[in-house]
Design a protein. Structure first.
Length: 168
């Protein structure tokens, strides 16, 4: 395969991955916002606590979607480590997401239902960028591609001095 063809194939895989991540993330976004608004309007919880609860529910929903849809072809041999990393990076995303809402609510006093939803949505967006990078880089690791090592090995064979030959 040519270098251009390989680049096109990698780009195609990335586009499909982003689309699948977006589908699961979009459904998770709806879960997050629905739970947030339901908790906010039916309980006496403060806005950021309602948001944290909604984020935790969405994290559980998203793990199932990512593991069984977006990254179903990825390495499944280390589930405990995968789940631990997923929860750690999700917790960091939770802090990012709810930090935006916290700052808007308590730093600027923007706490009407519309403002809360706008800043919740903004926080989700920023947290999602972090989550996409961390999940694909650290959590749902790609399996090595078949034949990916062969070109490197053949290069090494060419550089290795042959028995009976002088020089390389």
């Amino acid at each position: 395969m040519s270098e251009r063809g390989a680049l096109r194939a990698r780009l195609g895989r990335l586009v499909r991955e982003v689309a699948k991540f977006g589908a699961v993330g979009g459904a998770g976004l709806l879960v997050n916002l629905l739970v947030f608004n339901l908790v906010r309007h039916t309980t006496g919880l403060p806005v950021v606590r309602a948001s944290v609860l909604a984020t935790v529910v969405a994290i559980a929903f998203n793990y199932v979607g990512f593991r069984h849809f977006t990254y179903r072809d990825r390495d499944k041999s280390r589930r405990t480590k995968e789940l631990t990393l997923f929860l750690a990076f999700s917790a960091a995303g939770l802090v990012i997401e709810n930090g935006v809402l916290y700052t808007a609510t308590y730093g600027f006093g923007w706490d009407t239902p519309l403002q809360s939803n706008v800043f919740k949505f903004l926080g989700i967006g920023i947290g999602t960028l972090f989550r996409f990078w961390s999940y694909r880089t650290w959590v749902f690791r790609a399996l090595p591609q078949a034949g990916a090592v062969a070109p490197g090995e053949s290069f090494l064979d060419e550089q290795r001095p042959q028995p009976g030959r002088v020089g390389g």
